[in-house]
Design a protein around this ligand. Structure first.
Ligand SMILES: [Cu+2]
Length: 473
């Protein structure tokens, strides 16, 4: 049907390595390509499908798994022009199979043995209908075939949901030199249907309408007067527990507010640190998962070392009844929460928050600080920025202990935080991840885009001769 298809395809039986040599997916920027980054491109398809081989009505078939194709036999795989399409085939019954799309020059490896899998990735550049099938002799005739439909670019849909994403640059400036004072904060618990992913919404519970809640910033010795209003259109009780507080419940008991109520309490910030706050109304983990977390920074007397840019990033996970990737409004699943089986992992509230909506930007030579916390409620983060090394880590967000130097990955507990500083000698796109990298497949990824001149003395393709050539011209 379409012999001059521009689609290119590659095979990736495991996450990444064979893809270095391929040009299957265009680079996101002009960034130099590291092995890690090559894998990242392929880990960020925007149309993903899983097919399991099996027997249905006496025929050999592919059965859709997860998302809108769940349970469907030889499902039509609908994608849009320009999508990066990822298809994973899982061997369901043990016979040898593969999946090929000759018109798109795409083919998986053969898989034999129950549970074996292979993944293919391609870029859907042409509109049309294309056949996929198993190339093992006789299997196509036995029933293993279906269609991939590439439609013209998606029309704008009516309501993709309000953004609940907190811009990572939305944080107060350093406190600066001053003595202790009284600081007043007004927070509002707001329940709001917001965008969780493209074409997917969720009924978030938030502080001030965004996830995470606003970053609060005070100095040690300050007195904080904190009011929590629960919006009148809320359905739930809400409160706030700040880990910076010395006092029962961290303030939760004193701030429990019914819809329409406002509660106020006062505390003294006794210890410097970066602290998580969250709603602590039962079921606490439900309130946190739905978005009710944020951080308060209590600066030491002398403040923190000066940097050029600061960012505010938090990680959380969501438990939806439907599998990751379903469109439409998603309902919370208490069963999945109790099983600690999340469907989504997100930075700053939603899939794409720190890639499409608010990527982090900096310039080479600048120093950058990330205030990073985990709302959770349940999963520890192994925070890492691919292509960088943390120069300074305030481990466990302790700001009075000496920082660590030269750190690759930082463990951050739920209800915990870290402060990491990095310098950026090389331009390009760097990738924020939890190095439990399976979570990328469930939405957890961010971008740090660094602009500036190339620095071949630090990073370049090829061998050392290129450096001297470039250095003499
Ligand atoms: Cu709450």
């Amino acid at each position: 049907m379409n012999t001059r298809s521009l689609l290119t395809a590659v095979l990736a039986s495991t996450l990444c390595i064979p893809l270095l040599a391929s040009n299957a997916v265009p680079a996101v920027g002009q960034a130099p390509v590291s092995a890690d980054m090559a894998s990242m491109r392929h880990a960020m398809p925007n149309a993903t499908f899983t097919l399991r081989t099996g027997i249905a009505q006496g025929k050999m078939v592919y059965v859709g798994r997860g998302g809108p194709i769940d349970g469907k036999v030889n499902p039509v795989l609908a994608v849009h022009e320009g999508d990066v399409v990822q298809i994973t085939i899982i061997n369901g019954e043990g016979a040898e199979h593969d999946i090929v799309v000759p018109e798109l020059h795409a083919a998986s490896q053969r898989v034999s043995g129950p549970g074996a899998s292979s993944t293919l990735v391609f870029h859907a550049n042409d509109v049309g209908t294309f056949q996929y099938f198993c190339s093992v002799a006789g299997h196509r005739d036995a029933g293993m075939e279906g269609q991939i439909k590439v439609e013209a670019a998606a029309p704008a849909t009516a309501d993709k949901g309000t953004s609940i994403v907190r811009d990572p640059t939305d944080l107060p400036p350093p406190v600066g030199e001053r003595g202790p004072t009284t600081v007043r904060y007004d927070l509002e618990a707001i329940e709001r249907v917001g965008r969780l992913d493209d074409d997917t919404t969720y009924n978030f519970w938030t502080f001030n309408g965004k996830v995470p809640g606003p970053m609060l910033r005070v100095r040690v010795g300050d007195t904080v007067v904190l009011s929590l209003k629960n919006a009148s259109d809320s359905l739930m009780l809400h409160n706030i527990d700040l880990h910076a507080v010395n006092g029962p419940g961290g303030g939760a008991v004193l701030t429990e507010a019914a819809p329409g109520e406002t509660k106020t309490f006062t505390f003294k910030a006794m210890q410097p640190g970066l602290y998580v706050y969250h709603c602590a109304t039962p079921m606490v983990s439900n309130h946190i998962s739905s978005g009710m977390y944020g951080m308060i920074l209590v600066e030491p007397v002398a403040g923190l070392p000066k940097v050029d840019r600061e960012f505010y990033v938090m990680q959380g996970e969501l438990y939806t009844a439907e599998a990751y990737g379903h469109t439409g409004e998603q309902e919370f699943s208490v069963e999945k929460l109790l099983d600690e089986h999340p469907e989504y992992f997100v930075f700053n509230g939603a899939v794409g928050a720190l890639t499409k909506e608010h990527p982090l930007h900096a310039k080479t030579g600048e120093t950058v600080r990330i205030y990073f916390g985990v709302g959770g409620p349940n999963f520890t983060s192994s925070f890492h920025v691919i292509g960088t090394i943390f120069d300074r880590v305030f481990n466990a967000a302790s700001l009075v202990s000496p920082p660590l130097a030269g750190v690759q990955t930082v463990t951050v507990a739920p209800g915990g935080a870290t402060v990491v500083d990095l310098s950026l000698p090389v331009p390009g796109r760097f990738v924020l991840v939890d190095h439990a990298l399976t979570r990328m497949e469930r939405g957890l990824v961010g971008s740090l885009i660094v602009d500036g001149p190339e620095t071949p003395g630090i990073f370049h393709a090829g061998d050392g001769t290129q450096v001297s050539v470039q250095g003499t011209h």
